[in-house]
Design a protein around this ligand. Structure first.
Ligand code: SF4
Length: 275
C-alpha cells in the first residue's frame, strides 16, 4: 500500500509530515506538493526547509505542476474563453453583472492545478502506464492534513483504488490550534506560513491585509485584479474581492469577525478548499 501525503505546506500538512518523520504518526512513503506557481514566497521557503527534513528521513517530497495559474488565468482572461487552445484556469472570481447582480465563477483551479497533478504523480509512483486503468483494489492511502475542527472537508474518495486518510480527524484528533501548538513546541523557531495562491478570491480581509504587508506581493495581486476587470467572454466586471470593488479601494481595516464575515476557508488548498 502506497502511503502518500497531499502536502499543502501549511500548518496542518506540515505537522502531519513532521509527525510522520518523528514516528508520532505512521510512516509516509512520499509527500506531493502541487505547485500553482502563485504561492507566497514564504511558502516556497518553508517548503524547501520541509523538503530537507523529509529527505533526511528518506521520505521524498515531490513537486508537481500543471502550469502557472496566474499566467494561465490572465491569458484566458485577455484572449477569451477557450480561444487559441489556452487553458481556462477558472478561478472562483467574483462577477458584478451589468444589472448589479453579483456571482462567482465556478472553481476548477483546485482540480486542475492540485488534484489532477497529484493523481498523475501517484500513477507514476504506482508504475501505471499512460491510459492504463486504475487498479480495482485499494492500492493507495492518501493522507490529508484536515484538522478535527473542519470535518466538513472530509471526503469519500471518488475511486476504489484509494482510501482517504485524515489522521487529525480520526486517529489522532487535533484541532488547528492544537496542531499549531504542537509545531510551536517542537519547532519554536519555525513560522509556518498560510498556504494558498496569492490571488485566491477566498481570502478573508485579514488575509488580504497580511498580503498587503508585503509590497511586492500586494503589487502583484493588485495588477492581477486590474487585469481581469473586463475579461473575455464574461458579462459584467470581474474582481478578486467579494465586495466586487477594486482590491486597492476596499477598506480592509476592520477584522472579518467584527464585520461578521465568514472566512470562506481557513487553511490549505488541498483539493477541497473553499467548501
Ligand atoms: S488557493 Fe484558491 S486560487 Fe489557488 S487553486 Fe486553491 S481555490 Fe484556486
Amino acid at each position: 500500500m502506497l502511503k502518500v501525503l497531499s502536502l499543502g505546506a501549511g500548518v496542518q500538512s506540515t505537522a502531519l509530515l513532521l509527525m510522520s518523520i518523528r514516528g508520532e504518526l505512521e510512516r509516509l512513503d512520499a509527500a506531493i506538493f502541487a505547485d500553482t506557481g502563485w504561492e507566497p514566497a514564504a511558502v516556497y521557503r518553508h517548503l524547501e526547509w520541509l523538503q530537507t527534513q523529509a529527505t533526511l528521513a528518506r521520505i521524498p517530497v515531490y513537486r508537481v505542476r500543471a502550469g502557472d495559474l496566474r499566467a494561465d488565468a490572465l491569458l484566458s482572461q485577455v484572449r477569451g474563453r477557450k480561444s487559441d487552445g489556452v487553458r481556462w484556469a477558472s478561478m472562483p472570481l467574483y462577477v458584478l453583472g451589468d444589472d448589479g447582480a453579483t456571482g462567482m465563477i465556478n472553481r476548477q483551479c483546485t482540480s486542475e492545478y492540485k488534484v489532477r497533478p497529484i493523481e498523475r504523480k501517484i500513477r507514476e509512483l504506482l508504475g501505471l502506464r499512460r491510459g492504463q486503468h486504475w487498479p480495482k483494489d485499494v492500492v493507495v492511502d492518501q493522507f490529508f492534513g484536515i484538522s478535527a475542527d473542519e470535518t466538513r472537508r472530509v471526503r469519500v474518495p471518488d475511486g476504489c483504488w484509494k482510501r482517504h486518510r485524515y489522521p487529525f480527524v480520526f486517529e489522532r484528533p487535533m484541532r488547528r490550534d492544537q496542531i499549531a501548538s504542537w509545531l510551536r513546541a517542537h519547532y519554536p523557531d519555525r513560522d509556518v506560513p498560510r498556504s494558498a495562491c496569492l490571488g485566491c478570491p477566498f481570502h478573508s480581509d485579514d488575509e488580504w491585509r497580511s498580503i498587503r504587508d508585503n509590497p511586492v506581493e500586494w503589487s502583484d495581486v493588485i495588477a492581477f485584479d486590474r487585469a481581469i476587470r473586463h475579461s473575455g467572454g464574461m458579462r459584467g466586471q470581474v474582481f478578486l474581492h467579494r465586495s466586487c470593488r477594486p482590491l486597492d479601494e476596499v477598506d480592509l481595516r476592520s477584522s472579518d469577525e467584527r464585520q461578521g464575515q465568514l472566512r470562506l476557508w481557513q487553511n490549505e488548498c488541498l483539493g477541497m478548499c473553499g467548501t
